[in-house]
Design a protein around this ligand. Structure first.
Ligand code: CU
Length: 84
């Protein structure tokens, strides 16, 4: 992404190896000034996103953070992001 962009999102696959449900309640990275857990929702045909308190992970399952769904929102970026 271009270095002038100050807001972006992280997409990844999560897997819950535990036999019980788990919750991701926060995320952090030194490259962003603020990090929030987000979801997308359709509101009268308009795609919006909003902050959520946690990401629920059922036991033994994968949870995809992907465009149009759950994601980790990165604000006030201090550098350029690269895949991986
Ligand atoms: Cu977002």
């Amino acid at each position: 992404m271009p270095p002038v962009v100050k807001t972006s999102a992280a997409f990844l696959q999560l897997h819950n190896d535990a036999p019980t449900e788990q919750f991701v309640v926060s995320a952090s990275t030194p490259i962003a000034g603020a990090v929030e857990l987000h979801m997308h929702l359709h509101d009268n045909g308009v795609m919006r996103m909003r902050q959520i308190p946690h990401i629920h992970m059922p036991p033994g399952e994968n949870v995809a953070l992907e465009p149009g769904g759950l994601h980790i929102m990165l604000f006030d970026l201090k550098g350029t992001l690269r895949e991986g």
